[in-house]
Design a protein around this ligand. Structure first.
Ligand SMILES: *Cc1c(COP(=O)(O)O)cnc(C)c1O
Length: 403
């Protein structure tokens, strides 16, 4: 009972998994080209603050149809930098989704601002624009949207709302590099778009991140953020230039730099982005074909305006048709060697947020989704056999859990 697509799915390179091994929910795909690229960078004069960083920034920006890219140590630093560049500070409110990784909201707290969570749409689990409107106040300064699972949110509607209320739009695109919205690549569609290059994401630099923007002023602030708020450019000096050694610290920045050898890996990975995204889409297609008939689970959808890059493949258990709990089903899938996961525990449910005063039961759609979600393994180097194993295991577990 091997689905036709998974049977024909070919990965020329040797895959890292086999038909009995553990399948994580996501993982990197590193080949010899990548390794050689890192080695050459290590043999060069610069292993950090050198020329490969800018080459990587330009290549990502070009791929995403946007003017500036500013590389960072990780995606979390990219979000922090974006909030600082947006001028978020004490007393400012920033609306974001509860159904994301904690970094999407923590970046607001880093700046002394207050995250305000707006519920998600039930179909795509991306932020619901009508819910954003309900949460607007005079203190709202920005919106951080997340392209959950690789499916871009309603970017036009968010941008229109942002214009109307003079809000800055930050798009956390950690899941959606390589995705398209109304035919345009993710990256240049918001005031600032942040990426992560963690190994489970579309391309990796080990740890790494980037902010993409068409705004020169933001790009300049982001570059200063990553290097202590220091500038060596005379046009920014506030005092008299004291000599060739002179620099000024004009903002409070950090050290959020990425290295040249990481960017060398990133450049080499970027060449394979299309292949990686195609691989993910092919696996998603296999899952749709192999699991589409199961009444007991709901599969992720793709709106006609969108081409998802499937960072995740989150299924939803239809609990009213199942006699087992999500926890039991999750455990049985793990026992089959599937590295299933849950994305995400609602951010305001975490003890730190609870202590800040956030209450549960304010986001019925996201909170109900959380109780039913399980992410299946999806990464481009999965073999046809791996994909088929996921399908057959899930079918078996669901068959044994039916009411
Ligand atoms: C991975 C991720 C981040 C953080 O990226 P790091 O590179 O791990 O710091 C932020 N937001 C979302 C939605 C993510 O998935």
């Amino acid at each position: 009972m091997i689905s036709s697509l998974s049977k024909t799915r070919i990965t020329q390179e040797k895959t890292v998994s086999d038909s009995t091994g553990f399948l994580p929910y996501g993982r990197q795909w590193i080949d010899e080209e990548d390794i050689n690229a890192v080695i050459s960078a290590l043999r060069s004069d610069w292993i950090t603050q050198g020329p490969v960083i800018q080459r990587f920034e330009q290549a990502v920006a070009e791929q995403c149809g946007v003017t500036y890219g500013v590389a960072m140590a990780n995606g979390t630093a990219a979000l922090h930098a974006a909030c600082v560049a947006a001028g978020i500070g004490k007393g400012d409110q920033v609306i974001t989704t509860p159904l994301s990784f904690v970094a999407s909201a923590n970046c607001v707290l880093y700046c002394g601002g207050m995250p305000v969570f707006a519920d998600v749409r039930s179909d795509t689990l991306t932020i619901d624009v009508a819910e954003i409107e309900k949460r607007l106040t005079a203190k709202t300064k920005a919106i951080i949207v997340v392209d959950f699972s690789g499916h871009p949110c309603e970017l036009d509607e968010v941008r229109t709302l942002g214009k109307k209320h003079n809000l800055i739009i930050i798009e956390d695109a950690a899941h959606s590099l390589g995705a398209f919205y109304k035919g345009k690549p993710v990256g240049g569609l918001s005031d600032m778009t942040t990426l992560s290059f963690h190994p489970v994401k579309h391309i990796t630099t080990g740890e790494g991140g980037m902010i993409l923007t068409n705004n020169f002023e933001y790009a300049e602030r982001l570059k200063r953020f990553r290097t202590h708020g220091i500038t060596r450019q005379r046009e920014y000096f506030q005092e008299v230039d004291q000599g060739p050694w002179y620099y000024e610290m004009i903002d409070l920045g950090y050290n959020s730099r990425i290295t040249d050898f990481q960017c060398a890996l990133g450049l080499s990975q970027l060449e394979k982005l299309k292949k990686f995204v195609e691989g993910r889409r092919e696996i998603a297609h296999c899952y749709q074909e192999g699991l589409g008939e199961l009444q007991e689970i709901q599969l992720p959808i793709e709106l006609p305006t969108v081409r998802s890059s499937y960072h995740l493949f989150p299924i939803r258990l239809q609990m009213n048709q199942l006699k087992k709990t999500r926890r039991e089903i999750f455990q049985e899938l793990q026992d089959c060697g599937l590295g299933v996961n849950v994305h995400y525990i609602p951010i305001p449910w975490h003890p730190f947020y609870q202590k800040l005063g956030y209450q549960k039961n304010q986001w019925p759609v996201a909170e109900a989704a959380y109780e039913e979600l399980i992410s299946l393994p999806i990464w481009p180097a999965m073999s046809g056999n791996d994909v088929d194993r996921v399908i057959q295991s899930l079918k078996k577990v669901v068959a044994n859990s039916k009411k």
